[in-house]
Design a protein around this ligand. Structure first.
Ligand SMILES: Cc1cc2nc3c(=O)[nH]c(=O)nc-3n(C[C@H](O)[C@H](O)[C@H](O)COP(=O)(O)OP(=O)(O)OC[C@H]3O[C@@H](n4cnc5c(N)ncnc54)[C@H](O)[C@@H]3O)c2cc1C
Length: 415
């Protein structure tokens, strides 16, 4: 057994785990990150769309989502799908989602999500002064194919401006002026000026390097199977090969696999995995300068260096990374509709990537202590905003670790 009193173990080396390690080390804490994956670039934190999105202040459980979701379920190429199955966890999640998909909930959490996003954006800006991860602070275009779509997004823009998030409603000429690099067939869009994009892969490498250089440890191919317990207290973790590591505090940042880990302490987080795909073109027909989202099709578009990444779909179907070709086709179809210079052949050599977003039913992440186990801190459930909220989450968790402070109750762990 490795004795490491005062040591903090972070389980999960995705963006949440690494951001936590980064800010914990800055506070002088002794940190080891454990991840069961090899040191590759395959997890959810690498292949995502790389957007930093204060514009996303409406939670996934948004008003009208249930009706929209039902309609989408009928279309195999649509951006949303729930795999019907008899599963208590899914039913519980569905009931919670349904209870939160209303105006009242959006009103209750939009301020919190805005606060977190703007703080995280500030932290990204600070980090970009020291390290290069291709942060581009030129905003995001929410592109609308139809006038109906533009009307709906205009209402969101009005709410955004009230919250202090700058949003400009644009006609098609204005969106072309903002991004002359790409031909668009759209009715217009909303420009969220404070949104940014970056290279998620580079960002993860920057974090890894910073953590190692500052004396932290990251161990790959190291799976945590259980907790070490003494007199009802959690005193460390057990690994697959039988190794045991003692620690004073443990952070659970296991993304989509977090419920399995909290269940070992008697309570399973209410969470479902939302699978998404991304397709990265090495030699795109055209390269936009700004990132964008196809509003109706729910496809994200991000220029990353000379490449162009399209990302989309939300499949609630368990923890599997199988590629569903029909959903991938749905993404490609939408690209041709919004960006007419692109065609099917552009994607013929592209290997789709899949990742699992950890989704809470109310669209608010879980950042807090495990009940009855104060030294186990949970940090997960960021769904479509894990990258975006990575730095602010890391900072919040580092503060809890350092000062043993009470986390923000609005973010606390919910079952
Ligand atoms: C298509 C797509 C596009 C997206 N676009 C964006 C975007 O533009 N902006 C944005 O903000 N977010 C985006 N996201 C969401 C974002 O990628 C996720 O929210 C984020 O990566 C989650 O990070 P995480 O650290 O919580 O989980 P993960 O990245 O999944 O990391 C969890 C880690 O825990 C490890 N682990 C699990 N269990 C154990 C165990 N028992 N022992 C050891 N290790 C373990 C896993 O191996 C994994 O590496 C997107 C997601 C997808 C799928």
């Amino acid at each position: 057994m490795q004795n490491s009193s005062g040591k903090i173990i972070i389980v999960g080396g995705g963006v949440i785990g690494l951001c936590t390690a980064y800010y914990a080390i800055q506070r002088g804490l002794n940190v080891t990150v454990l991840d069961r994956d090899p040191e590759t670039e395959k997890g959810c934190s690498f292949g995502n769309a790389g957007m930093v999105v204060p514009s996303h202040f409406i939670p996934l459980a948004a008003p009208g989502m249930i009706a929209k979701g039902m309609r989408w379920m009928m279309n195999p190429e649509s951006p949303f799908y729930v795999k019907p199955r008899l599963n208590w966890d899914l039913m519980k999640w569905g009931i919670q989602f349904w209870k939160h998909a209303n105006e009242k909930h959006t009103e209750a959490v939009k301020g919190l999500l805005t606060e977190l996003s703007l703080e995280s954006r500030k932290l990204f800006s600070g980090l970009a002064e020291k390290e290069d991860f291709s942060l581009i602070k030129r905003g995001l275009l929410m592109l609308c194919k139809t006038q109906k779509g533009l009307d709906a997004e205009s209402s969101v823009a009005a709410m955004a401006n009230e919250l202090g998030i700058r949003a400009e409603v644009c006609d098609s000429a204005r969106v072309s002026q903002l991004d002359p690099g790409i031909e668009m067939d759209v009715a217009g869009g909303v420009w969220f000026e404070q949104d940014c994009h970056l290279d998620p892969n580079k960002f993860m490498h920057v974090l890894r390097r910073q953590i190692i250089n500052a004396g932290g440890e990251i161990r790959y191919q190291t799976e945590v199977t259980d907790y070490l317990m003494k007199g009802g207290e959690v005193t460390g973790v057990k690994l697959t090969d039988g190794e045991e590591i003692t620690a004073s505090k443990i952070v659970m940042a296991c993304g989509a696999w977090s419920p399995a880990m909290t269940q070992k302490l008697g309570k399973k987080l209410c969470m479902q995995s939302g699978k998404g795909y991304s397709l990265t073109l090495k030699n795109p027909a055209q390269l936009p300068e700004l990132c964008s989202i196809f509003a109706e099709a729910k496809v994200a578009v991000t220029p990353i260096g000379d490449t162009l990444r399209f990302a989309g779909t939300m499949e609630i179907g368990g923890n599997n990374l199988d590629i569903n070709p029909r959903r991938v086709r749905g993404i490609i179809k939408s690209v041709k509709e919004y960006f007419p210079q692109f065609c099917d052949e552009d994607f013929s050599e592209v290997k789709p990537w899949a990742g699992l977003r950890p989704c809470t039913p109310d669209g608010v992440p879980y950042i807090g202590k495990m009940p009855d186990h104060e030294n186990v801190i949970v940090a997960t459930g960021h769904a479509m905003m894990g990258l975006s909220l990575g730095p602010v989450t890391g900072q919040l968790v580092a503060k809890i670790l350092d000062q043993n402070s009470e986390p923000d109750q609005r973010l606390g762990v919910r079952f």
